[in-house]
Ligand binder design. Structure first.
Ligand SMILES: NC(=O)C1=CN([C@@H]2O[C@H](COP(=O)(O)OP(=O)(O)OC[C@H]3O[C@@H](n4cnc5c(N)ncnc54)[C@H](O)[C@@H]3O)[C@@H](O)[C@H]2O)C=CC1
Ligand SMILES: CC(C)CC(=O)C(=O)O
Ligand SMILES: [Mg+2]
Length: 347
C-alpha cells in the first residue's frame, strides 16, 4: 500500500496529521506513506504549487490523501502559480474526473445543523460532481475591449463524452443506493447545460431501473435547504457541484465533516476534505479533522476495496461524535489533536 500524503497549506497539515494517525492505528499491512509538497508551501520551496517531484510521487502511488491548498498571501501571483493550481493540476493530470461528496447526518448531530432537526435528519445524499471540465478549465483571461474597458472571461464548456462518463458514474452510484438520480443544471439559460441534460437522458437508457429527474441549480440550492431528504444522488458539473456541496455540508452540521473522493477510471483516487485551507483558524489547533479522517476511509474503500477498515473508521468518527466530542465548528471545544485522539481511541 503506497499512499501519497500532500498536506498543503493552512489547516491542511493539521487535519492530515490526524488522518495519518488513524491510518497508522489500523496497522495496515505494508502501509507506506510518501509525503510531497503542494500549494503555497510548494511554491515557496520549489517556485511552483505543483512541482514535478510531487506529480512523480503521485504517479508512483496507488492513492493520494490530500489536505488543502490556498494562502491569501498568494492571491497576487499569476494564476498558474497560485496554490489552488496544485489541486486543479492533480485533478487534470491524473484524470480524476469523478468527485464523490457524500452528506449524511451523524446520529446526535440533528440539532447542530443549520436546518430544523426533523428536516436535517432525513439527509442521506451523494453529490457526484464532474471534476475535469466546465468553466474551471476553459479558456480564461482579462481582455481589453475596443472602448478600453477590461473584460474578464472564463469559457464554460462540456464535451459529450465528459458528460457521458460522469453520468455513468452517477447512475452506477444510484444503482448501489436508492436508485434515484437528480441531474442539476441550468439548461433554461446555458447551452452547456442543455447538452449536459440531453446526454444524461441518453445515458439513462442504460440504467432503466434508476429514476432520473432534472432540476435547475437555483432551485436545487433552495431544495437542499427546504427538503434535502428528497435527494439520493445528485449529478452536476464542476462549478455547481463545488457550490452545492459546501451548502450541503451545513445542512448536515459542518464543512469540517464532509469528505470526498476524486476518482479516475479504475481504482486510483485522490481523497480530501471538501473544505479549503481555512486561513482564519490555521495554526491554532482548532480545525475539525473529521472530514479528512473520513476521506481516509473513502480511500481505503475505493482504492483498496477495504470495506471493513473503511467502515471501522466511519464507525469511530460516529462514536466520537456520539460521545460528545465536538470541534468549534459544531459548537464544542475539542481541538484538532483531541478529536484525532478520540477517533483513534474509538477504532
Ligand atoms: N481543495 C482545496 O484545497 C480547497 C482550497 N480552498 C482554498 O482555501 C482557502 C480558504 O478558502 P475559504 O473560502 O475560506 O474556504 P474554507 O473551506 O477554507 O473555509 C471556509 C470557512 O469554514 C471554516 N472551516 C473550513 N474547514 C474547517 C474545519 N475542518 N474545521 C473547522 N472549520 C473549518 C473556515 O474556518 C472558514 O470560516 C482559499 O485559498 C481557497 O482557494 C478552498 C476550497 C477547497
Ligand atoms: C479550490 C478549488 C480549486 C476548488 C474547491 O473549492 C473545491 O474543490 O471544493
Ligand atoms: Mg469548494
Amino acid at each position: 500500500m503506497r499512499i501519497a500524503v500532500f498536506a498543503g497549506d493552512g489547516i491542511g497539515p493539521e487535519v492530515t496529521q490526524q488522518a495519518v494517525r488513524v491510518l497508522e492505528a489500523l496497522a495496515l499491512p505494508g502501509l507506506e506513506l510518501v509525503e510531497g509538497d503542494v500549494g503555497a508551501a510548494a511554491y515557496r520551496k520549489h517556485g511552483h504549487p505543483l512541482p514535478a517531484e510531487t506529480l512523480a510521487i503521485a504517479r508512483s502511488c496507488d492513492a493520494i490523501l490530500f489536505g488543502a491548498v490556498g494562502d491569501f498571501d498568494c492571491d497576487g501571483l499569476e494564476r498558474h502559480l497560485r496554490p489552488e493550481q496544485a489541486i486543479l493540476g492533480l485533478r487534470k493530470e491524473l484524470g480524476l474526473f469523478a468527485n464523490l461528496r457524500p452528506a449524511t447526518v451523524f446520529k446526535g448531530l440533528e440539532d447542530l445543523t443549520t436546518l430544523r432537526p426533523e428536516v436535517a435528519a432525513k439527509i442521506d445524499l451523494l453529490i457526484v460532481r464532474e471534476l475535469n471540465g466546465d468553466v474551471y478549465f476553459g479558456e480564461k483571461g482579462v481582455r481589453i475591449l475596443e472602448d478600453g474597458r477590461r473584460q474578464g472571461y472564463d469559457i464554460m464548456s462540456y464535451a459529450e463524452d465528459e458528460v457521458r462518463r460522469i453520468a455513468r458514474t452517477a447512475f452506477t452510484a444510484a444503482m448501489g443506493r436508492h436508485k434515484r438520480l437528480c441531474s442539476v443544471d441550468k439548461a433554461n439559460v446555458l447551452e452547456t447545460s442543455q447538452l449536459w441534460r440531453d446526454v444524461v437522458i441518453e445515458v439513462s437508457a442504460e440504467f432503466p431501473e434508476v429514476h432520473l429527474s432534472h432540476m435547475y441549480v437555483d432551485n436545487a440550492a433552495m431544495q437542499l435547504v427546504k427538503n434535502p431528504g428528497q435527494f439520493d444522488v445528485i449529478v452536476t458539473g464542476n462549478l455547481f457541484g463545488d457550490i452545492l456541496s459546501d451548502q450541503a455540508s451545513m445542512c448536515v452540521g459542518s464543512i469540517g465533516l464532509l469528505a470526498s473522493a476524486s476518482l479516475a477510471e479504475g481504482t486510483y483516487g485522490l481523497y480530501e476534505p471538501i473544505h479549503g485551507s481555512a486561513p482564519d483558524i490555521a495554526g491554532k489547533g482548532l480545525a475539525n479533522p473529521m472530514a479528512t479522517i473520513l476521506s481516509a476511509a473513502m480511500l481505503l474503500r475505493h482504492s483498496y476495496q477495504m470495506e471493513a477498515e473503511a467502515s471501522r473508521i466511519e464507525a469511530a468518527v460516529s462514536k466520537a461524535l456520539a460521545q460528545g466530542v465536538r470541534g468549534g465548528d459544531l459548537g464544542g471545544t475539542a481541538g484538532t489533536r483531541e478529536i484525532g485522539d478520540a477517533v483513534v481511541a474509538a477504532l
